[in-house]
Design a binder for this molecule. Structure first.
Ligand SMILES: Nc1nc2c(ncn2[C@@H]2O[C@H](COP(=O)(O)OP(=O)(O)OP(=O)(O)O)[C@@H](O)[C@H]2O)c(=O)[nH]1
Ligand SMILES: [Mg+2]
Length: 235
């Protein structure tokens, strides 16, 4: 059984680039956006069947969250339709990744909203199956790398740890195949250690029981005005 991994995150955070690092030579590459693009380059969910170290994976690339709140519902709707575009039953998803460009610093403003939507899409039961992938490490110098990692870790601690005692798994990707392969290997181990028992993302459990996208836990967040940069940092 392939390990199915859902890739979620803001536009330009490197989801499609991650896929391309893992595709075998000669395969059709995922379309990648130009640097600084604010519109999602990936328009609908797309499926990529890959093999790493002899293990099979299905990566589901999704359109990114744009840098303004009104787009969030659109992106969530696209994700909720993933079965139509990929043929993958969303209840078979093994794990989910949230991507973040480390060069963007902390989760503030719209990025914070994206993270809240992601958290509600997953639901508490799915949290052990979530990982965070930080990208663009290759363009930071050594000093910046150390301080960015600490800040990011602290930020996630505050926003996320209450769901997970041991803390979320955070990976650093350097725009190369080895650091991307380490991420998928993590999910393969996770699948093996769970002995086939699978948690399901809350969003798809809700949808399969007839809840409309906008009334799912994640959907409700997309209906509220963004909290912006000010105010309490606790989600
Ligand atoms: N230097 C560097 N550039 C990266 C990295 N990841 C992505 N990029 C660049 O960032 C831009 C956007 O990357 P994409 O992979 O298209 O981002 P995405 O998350 O798929 O974006 P959407 O499809 O719009 O949601 C491209 O120009 C990539 O080359 C990275 O780790 N390092
Ligand atoms: Mg993309």
């Amino acid at each position: 059984m392939p390990v199915v991994i859902l890739l979620v995150g803001p536009t330009g955070s490197g989801k499609s680039t991650f896929v391309n690092h893992l595709l075998s030579p000669g395969r059709n590459m995922a379309k990648v956006g130009a640097k600084g693009d604010e519109k999602p380059c990936t328009k609908t969910c797309a499926r990529y069947d890959i093999a790493v170290d002899g293990n099979d994976y299905i990566l589901i690339d999704t359109p990114g969250f744009e840098n303004h709140q009104p787009s969030h519902f659109k992106t969530l709707t696209r994700i909720s339709e993933l079965q139509k575009n990929t043929g993958v039953d969303p209840l078979t998803i093994t794990g989910a990744i949230y991507f973040h460009r480390i060069t963007d610093g902390k989760h503030s403003g719209p990025l914070r909203d994206d993270l809240r939507i992601f958290r509600e899409m997953c639901g508490e039961d799915f949290f052990p199956c979530v990982a965070f992938v930080t990208t663009t490490w290759d363009i930071l110098n050594k000093r910046a790398r150390e301080s960015r990692y600490e800040k990011y870790n602290d930020d996630l601690d505050r926003r996320y740890l209450r769901f997970s005692e041991q803390g979320p798994e955070i990976f650093k990707c350097f725009n190369d195949r080895p650091t991307c392969s380490a991420v998928v290997r993590h999910f393969s181990k996770l699948a093996t250690s769970s002995g086939g028992k699978r948690n399901e993302l809350l969003l798809f459990k809700e949808l399969s029981s007839g809840v409309k996208v906008r009334w799912t836990a994640a959907g409700k967040i997309t209906q509220k005005p963004s909290r912006g940069n000010k105010g309490c940092i606790i989600l």
